[in-house]
Design a protein around this ligand. Structure first.
Ligand code: KG4
Ligand code: ZN
Length: 347
């Protein structure tokens, strides 16, 4: 089954064509991130306007790259939430219209679930059920258990900032620009733990609490307070590169410590086979190495998508749609023009 998936929940316009949920035939992402850089975060109006401009060219490009014509597609899939309403409307109304004029079935996909399904794409053997999935993106941090396709149980999530949001805010206070996650990861690499007289330690909020919730706003505030109050980190008025890399390293260490500890605790409690991570923050190599190393100690198989499928993209929407379609027992559930944008969609 060949599905065209459309992703436009935040600032990306992503379209992918995927065969049987696993084989990418084309995957193109247009991002408006550079337009948000001067504001240090996403401006919803700007994002939606750019998505309107990019959507049709990106769809044309994936058809061209894959060598398919629209007649070859079996279905259209679209992420209908959660996300920014203006951005969602661009993808959803495009999908409704294409399904109508191309006479194709339409499948609505939860963006968060699609981040999990990014781990099914590719040749390697896929995750096994039951599994614990950690979803870490710019807007969400959630732990869910899946006993099978379409069978989710939400275990916990962030009480305040999402993990990606904390990375973005720390990047901003360190003057590293937007998006923050890759910038924090990059500058943290400069820091040499072995050669440093390293005294900095940030809190690990809720790490010892017997639940699967998270809180990152206190950690973020610790970073902000340190940056604003410490003259020893500066040369003149400017933070030194060494101070920035030290702070970035310890912030990343603290947030990953909490994410890995709580995910492993859930995996042990529910005695699962696999741990699956998805969402933009799963592009972080430090998080991946820590989760894989610690997971191995308890015989969990740990899955991370390749970096280009960690961040928002259309292929993951098509993959999730395939598994939903094949296992829900529903025969192509949505009629053209029947999908609506749902900014608050959850599990
Ligand atoms: O899933 P995603 O692409 O969009 C949302 O659904 O929100 O996630 C974007 C988030 C941003 O906060 C970005 O800073 C973060 O993922 N991110 C990273 C890395 N790459 C992207 N965070 C940490 N390390 C990275 N390498
Ligand atoms: Zn996302």
């Amino acid at each position: 089954m060949i599905i065209l998936g459309i992703e436009s929940t935040c600032d990306e316009t992503g379209v992918g064509i995927v065969r049987d949920g696993r084989e990418i035939l084309a995957n193109v992402v247009a991002s408006s991130a550079s337009m948000h850089q001067k504001y240090g975060g996403i401006v919803p109006e700007v994002a939606a306007r750019e998505q309107i401009r990019s959507m049709i060219p990106v769809i044309s490009e994936v058809l061209q790259v894959s060598g398919f014509r629209y007649k070859d597609l079996d279905a259209i899939a679209v992420a209908n939430g959660p996300g920014l309403v203006g951005s969602l409307l661009v993808g959803v109304e495009t999908a409704n219209t294409l399904a109508l004029v191309w006479d194709k079935p339409l499948i609505a996909v939860n963006h968060l679930v699609a981040h999990v399904y990014a781990n099914w794409i590719g040749d390697n053997s896929p995750p096994k059920f039951p599994l614990i999935a950690l979803i870490v993106s710019g807007g969400h941090t959630d732990l869910i258990m899946m006993t099978d396709h379409n069978k989710y149980r939400w275990l916990g999530g962030t009480l305040d900032d999402a993990a990606g949001e904390a990375f973005d805010k720390v990047a901003r206070v360190l003057g590293l620009g937007y998006p923050g996650g890759p910038a924090v990861e990059k500058i943290a690499l400069n820091f040499e733990l072995r050669t440093s007289n390293f005294k900095l330690k940030f809190p690990r909020p809720m790490i010892n609490e017997d639940n699967f919730d998270f809180s990152f706003s206190g950690l973020k505030t610790s970073v902000v307070n340190l940056v604003h109050s410490s003259s020893f980190l500066r040369q003149g008025k400017q933070l030194t590169v060494d101070s920035k890399s030290k702070i970035a390293f310890e912030f990343q260490n603290a947030i990953c410590d909490v994410l890995v500890t709580k995910t492993l605790r859930a995996a042990k409690k529910y005695n699962v086979k696999s741990i699956v991570v998805g969402g933009g923050v799963s592009a972080n190599t430090f998080l991946k190495e820590k989760m894989v190393d610690d997971g191995k100690k308890f015989n969990f198989e740990v899955f991370f998508p390749p970096k280009n499928l960690s961040v928002d993209n259309g292929a993951m929407i098509a993959a999730a749609a395939f598994y939903f379609q094949n296992t829900s027992g529903k025969n192509f559930p949505e009629k053209p023009l029947s999908v609506s944008a749902n900014p608050g969609l959850y599990f």
